[in-house]
Design a protein. Sequence first.
Length: 264
Amino acid sequence: MTPTAIFEPIGHESLADAVVAQVEDLIASGILKQGRKLPSERDLAEMLRVSRPKLREALHVLEERGLVTTQHGEGTFVAALTGQAMMPALLALYERHEPAFFDYLEYRREQEGFAARLAARRATKADKERITEILAEDDRAWRANDPAASREADFALHAAIVDASQNATLIHMMASIYELTRQGVFYNREFLKTIDGTGERLVQQHKELGEAVIAGDEARAEQSAFDHIDFVEESFRLGIERRRRETMAEKRRMLSSSKPTPNS
């Protein structure tokens, strides 16, 4: 399904109000997420089968309601609906404060498990096909040693499972959390690979999680999500401890190699 296929023609009796209702439904359900660009005015009017003046009227209503924003020369976008999960000052503090990272993982563990259980119960054929495609891309990227593609497949899989939960609140809230992950505030895939060795374990965990959702096995999907986040937490704890040992060893080396000060 192409992005434009999510819009349906408007009946002759509906017009502007029906356009507003359809876009609102797509936003509320999490299909249109914040930052998503809408089709051009001409294309959207054609898809909805309404006149461009009626479409402009509907877009004006949506903009007044704070659901879309128009950027001149760029187009119309779904507005930032959940806001920033954290302000820049707090993000900077979290980057300097390691315990905050583990609070983040604790939160994500429960939300990821909840999403996986719901997804296993509710995923549609289209959801399962999307997850299957992402798993194939994840495996391809790993075999090709393509870090950028692996990173994108990682994000895409987690987002696809949350989308398959069909819970609009969860979809919108986790989109905000994943944006922090994408910015690298709380997650460094390359660091995990140094613990994992090759990144193969990450790929296998993703495969287990995705296949559990596709199989409709709620308990297995939830546990797979828990296991994945537990692995991330364990890896970072080991990494922090390794970094601490290396720092102490380097200080001891510097001290032992320094020449003693002659007695006066």
